[in-house]
Ligand binder design. Structure first.
Ligand SMILES: CC(C)(COP(=O)(O)OP(=O)(O)OC[C@H]1O[C@@H](n2cnc3c(N)ncnc32)[C@H](O)[C@@H]1OP(=O)(O)O)[C@@H](O)C(=O)NCCC(=O)NCCS
Length: 173
């Protein structure tokens, strides 16, 4: 994995060395308004980051790519992640500390990751699953060119009733 630089952010490949700083970032309750919960302890997060550092699923079929998001010469503010399958499809996710919402930083970070996935991991199709009420995430995906998946895609990807599946296909050059 490479370090990715954007106009105002650096995406660093996530390692266990990030766990302590990320524990503070991920303890922000606002992040979990719609789903998930904060890490129960620093030890738990260290173990999780250690597992993720393998960068792949146990069967080796999926690439697990995680980058933490850093402000210039300053603190970490969140992460972006992608699960890349051999068929060129990536499932993406992202979380940003609420102190930094509403500045276009998530958009910049996720777009930079998408470009990396397309150029260096052969990704041709992107998907994201979110809770229906999560309008911030929905707006972000729409601005990034994602649109609602067709019902058969929802079935294929086992999307639950209270969730949306957003997709974006990458046009071949
Ligand atoms: C989802 C999440 C990452 C979105 O963060 P965000 O800061 O709202 O997203 P963006 O970076 O796209 O910022 C968008 C806002 O910044 C504003 N903005 C300011 N400057 C901007 C710029 N230069 N470029 C783009 N947008 C800018 C936009 O107008 C927009 O506000 P609006 O929605 O009122 O129009 C964040 O809410 C989050 O971490 N939520 C919790 C975790 C979560 O739900 N993850 C997704 C699970 S599916």
């Amino acid at each position: 994995m490479r370090v990715i630089e954007t106009a105002t952010l650096t995406l660093e490949p996530q390692t266990v060395a990030h766990a302590e700083e990320m524990f503070v970032v991920l303890s922000d309750p606002a992040i979990y308004e719609y789903e998930n919960e904060p890490p129960p302890s620093l030890e738990w997060l260290r173990a999780r980051f250690t597992r993720l550092e393998s960068r792949q699923s146990t069967d080796g079929q999926e690439q697990w790519l995680n980058w933490v998001i850093r402000l210039p010469r300053s603190e970490l503010i969140g992460y972006v992640q992608a699960t890349v399958r051999p068929n060129g499809r990536a499932a993406i996710a992202y979380e940003l500390s609420s102190a930094y919402w509403g500045r276009g930083l998530a958009r910049q970070a996720v777009q930079a990751m998408i470009s990396e996935l397309v150029e260096h991991y052969g990704v041709r199709s992107l998907g994201a699953v979110l809770k229906r009420e999560n309008l911030r995430s929905l707006h972000l995906l729409e601005r990034l060119g994602f649109s609602l998946a067709l019902p058969e895609q929802r079935v294929k990807h086992q999307v639950e009733l209270g969730e949306l599946l957003m997709q974006r296909e990458i046009q071949r050059k």
